[in-house]
Design a protein. Structure first.
Lengths: 117, 113
């Protein structure tokens, strides 16, 4: 069974600085997707970035980028130029490519990011 | 195009009562997923449905919990005889096809008193 591990329960970053959130996963599959979701106090789950396992190039969305290391099964999120609005819980998630017919996500336990003014 | 709509946003039930949580997927989406988030934890998969079919219910507790997605109307997650341990946020997500990424709703926070 697949697992997702986020080993940092909480992280802090100074406004305008860069922070990296860690995520490791375990799977025997070769084709899958990885995601980072942001959950602010409103509870809404907001997709931050998505990575297809078959793509070697790391995904980037504005200030957010990932470091995807497939052999190491590592998928970290880098937030550049941190802003106060980035403060939230961040969840890493895994999803099979769907060969087994199910498309459920496996979520990590989350990292709470605090942004200091 | 409205997103995934969940209601109610907050639901309070006494122990032993029934809870009904509703989810209207995005327009054109025929795949619905339910997740549960316990306090200070990540989301845990419960069930995956298509119209009138349960595709994967491997995350559903064996008793008291059921889900449906009828041909017409919203998807319903039903919890019978609620207990304090059912208190959690319940999220619904939908997708156009199973292979597509999800759109999440804002969740229903269930509190059992």
């Amino acid at each position: 069974a697949q697992t997702v591990t986020q080993s940092q329960p909480e992280m802090s970053v100074q406004e305008a600085e860069t922070v990296t959130l860690s995520c490791t996963y375990d799977t025997s599959e070769s084709d899958y997707y990885l995601f980072w979701y942001k959950q602010p106090p409103s509870r809404q789950m907001i997709l931050v970035i998505r990575q297809e396992a078959y793509k070697q190039q790391n995904a980037t969305e504005n200030r957010f980028s990932v470091n995807f290391q497939k052999a190491a099964k590592s998928f970290s999120l880098k937030i550049s130029d941190s802003q106060l609005g980035d403060a939230a819980m961040y969840f890493c998630a895994y999803r099979s490519a769907g060969g087994s017919g199910t498309y459920k996500y496996i979520f990590g336990t989350g990292t709470r990011l605090k942004v200091l003014a | 195009n409205a997103g995934v709509m969940q209601n109610p946003r907050h639901l309070v039930r006494r122990r032993g009562q029934e809870a009904r949580l509703r989810c209207s997927p995005m327009k054109g989406h025929s795949h619905v997923y339910w997740y549960r988030q316990l306090p200070e934890e990540g989301l845990k998969f419960m069930v995956y449905l298509q119209k009138e079919n349960i595709i994967d219910e491997s995350g559903m507790p064996k008793e008291r919990f059921s889900a449906e997605f009828p041909k017409e109307g919203p998807s319903i997650l039903r919890i019978q005889q609620v207990v304090r341990g059912d208190s959690a946020a319940y999220f619904c997500a939908s997708s156009e096809q199973g292979t597509h990424g999800y759109t999440f709703g804002s969740g229903t926070r269930l509190t059992v008193v």
